[in-house]
Design a protein around this ligand. Structure first.
Ligand code: HEM
Length: 517
């Protein structure tokens, strides 16, 4: 009996191997064996983080190797052919001209929607739709990102940082933060709370939980955005009864957030006189109620506002964390920024939204951080037709890349942002490169074309406001710790910039000190 079973299993395994080899050869031939990575598990595999010869390209490979994979295969577009779960090819793209063509032709190069399931929990939305459905969402959501909203982002961001510096840190001249994301994540959460959801939150919570709820809105928002992965891996039924405290807390937070959002929709809909408000949620509800055809359902409204939360708070928070780390490491750059802020605001007053343009060095620092640490390391697309992409070798010779219909494409942001064809000395932190004429097509932290980030201005406004206020009032330095006393600058830099990626790239643990000026 055992022998028969073994023979059967062996035969099935043999059939699988033969089938896979035939399929692999077909896939490789379909792209004329265009140079690139050949691994059992591709870059997109959830399973293995590191690169292992022949086995795994490593799901952290885009960040780890940046432009090096392109150099190794002598092309700014390379293929990545995997075996598991079925042989398939993905083109990794670090060529600005090819990416311009791809991002500008959304019908020819749409998004692979099946990869976006994690963002559909509360309802369909602008990020997870394509074609006419996307247009319907975009028409109602885009107007929320208005100048009035940007002004609100600015004013509220300033008051959030002001409360932190003047109330929470009152009387302290040196504030040590053991992990910088523990500061930037709540900061960004409070900003999206008020400018996104219209709910002001405070560092010093003194209110009680509203009737009918078991959690503060702030905590529900934080828990859901932090632990969304739980919903991805645990089926709903198990989620409800899971005995693990973290899972139970997530389950409560998920339902609480849904209830809060539903109440907010009802309150605005039933209000006799609507207050003039410019947070994203209020504007979205107003735009929807004046829409006769194509209006969004309640679930779609919640889906959109939820996606603003997910897209909008971690990305900005992590970018700010890297910004503070780089400024702590490069004191000369911090000083240039400080001097610039002082030249714009010599009397130390609080800048207004109208003055944001004058604070261009703060913006340059934020942009240089986004270039070096793009929060989204890979933006997926696919080809809707048989086509050929054009690129170049490292010496500039043209290369034609065969791209059959259905081929997966990846905007490889680290490859593009560290490509020396566009960025001189790409590993150096040089905010000033963003002051003059810089290669806009080679800068895609927010993606590009029609499907580019709707919240770009929101996050730039928030970033410039926080950076300007903090640097005007504090010098940021790396926390001195006895166990790291003998380390060199390079070791310290490597330690502070050690990163991981969940939804977005983030620094693992960077302890910094804020010294009041
Ligand atoms: C540093 C901050 C940010 C970065 C790096 C960033 C990055 C991105 C990227 C790469 C995309 C394209 C995603 C894709 O094609 O799958 C995107 C789309 C989007 N982002 Fe952002 N984002 C940031 C901040 C924000 C903020 C603050 C909001 C809202 C408050 C926001 C809302 C959106 C929306 C709604 C889309 C979908 C646009 C569409 O498909 O038409 N983002 N973002």
């Amino acid at each position: 009996m055992l022998q028969t079973t073994l023979i059967l299993v062996g035969a099935l395994a043999g059939i699988w191997v033969v089938k896979t080899v035939i399929e692999w050869r077909r896939v490789v031939q379909s792209i004329q064996d265009y140079p690139g990575l050949r691994y059992v598990f591709g870059l997109e595999s959830f399973l293995i983080r590191s690169r292992i010869p022949f086995i795994s390209a490593g799901n952290f490979g885009a960040w780890t190797y940046k432009h090096q994979d392109f150099v190794d295969h002598d092309s700014d577009i390379i293929s990545s052919v995997r075996v598991w779960r079925r042989p398939a090819v993905t083109y990794l793209i670090a060529d600005a001209e090819a990416l311009k063509e791809i991002t500008n032709a959304r019908h020819r190069f749409p998004k692979p929607l099946h990869q976006y399931k994690v963002l559909t929990f509360y309802g369909s939305n602008i990020v997870v739709t394509e074609a006419d459905e996307w247009k319907r969402h975009r028409k109602i959501t885009a107007p929320s990102f208005s100048e009035r909203n940007n002004r609100l982002v600015w004013d509220e961001t300033i008051s959030i940082v002001q409360e932190l510096c003047q109330v929470v840190w009152k009387g302290q001249n040196e504030i040590a933060i053991d992990n910088i994301v523990d500061l930037t994540v709540p900061m960004a959460l409070y900003v999206i709370g008020v400018a996104g959801f219209g709910r002001r939150m405070s560092w010093v919570e003194d209110m009680s939980i509203p009737a009918g709820h078991s959690m503060f809105f702030r905590d529900a928002l934080h828990t859901v955005s932090n632990d969304l992965w739980i919903k991805v891996i645990i089926p709903s039924l198990i989620l409800k009864y899971a005995p693990i405290p973290r899972v139970r807390k997530f389950y409560t937070a998920y339902n609480e957030l849904e209830r809060y959002m539903f109440e907010m929709i009802e309150a605005r809909r039933n209000a006799e006189k609507r207050e003039e408000r410019y947070d994203l949620f209020s504007s979205l509800l107003d735009a929807n109620s004046s829409e006769s055809e194509g209006a969004l359902t309640d679930s779609e409204l919640m889906g959109n506002i939820f996606v603003f939360l997910i897209a909008g708070h971690e990305t900005t928070a992590h970018t700010l964390a890297y910004t503070f780390i780089m400024l702590a490491l490069y004191q000369n750059e911090q000083d240039i920024l400080y001097q610039h802020i002082k030249s714009v605001l010599p009397d130390g007053r609080i800048p207004s939204y109208e003055e944001m343009g004058k604070l261009y060095y703060s913006m340059a620092v934020f942009q240089e951080t986004l270039r070096m640490f793009p929060p989204v390391n890979g933006i997926p697309k696919y080809s809707e037709e048989d086509t050929t992409l054009m690129t170049r070798s490292m010496t500039g010779e043209p290369r034609a890349v065969p791209c059959p219909k259905g081929t997966a494409l990846l905007i490889h942001t680290p490859g593009l942002h560290y490509n020396p064809r566009y960025w001189e000395d790409p590993y150096a932190f040089k905010p000033a490169r963003f002051l003059g004429d810089w290669p806009r097509d080679a800068f895609l932290p927010f993606s590009g074309g029609a499907r580019a980030c709707l919240g770009r201005r929101f996050s730039e406004t928030e970033g410039v406001a926080i950076l300007t206020y903090i640097i005007a009032h504090f010098q940021i330095v790396v926390k001195e710790e006895p166990q790291f006393a003998g380390e060199t600058f390079d070791q310290r830099k490597e330690r502070l910039l050690k990163s991981r990626a969940a939804l977005t790239l983030f620094p693992v643990k960077a302890p910094l000190v804020f010294k009041r000026r």
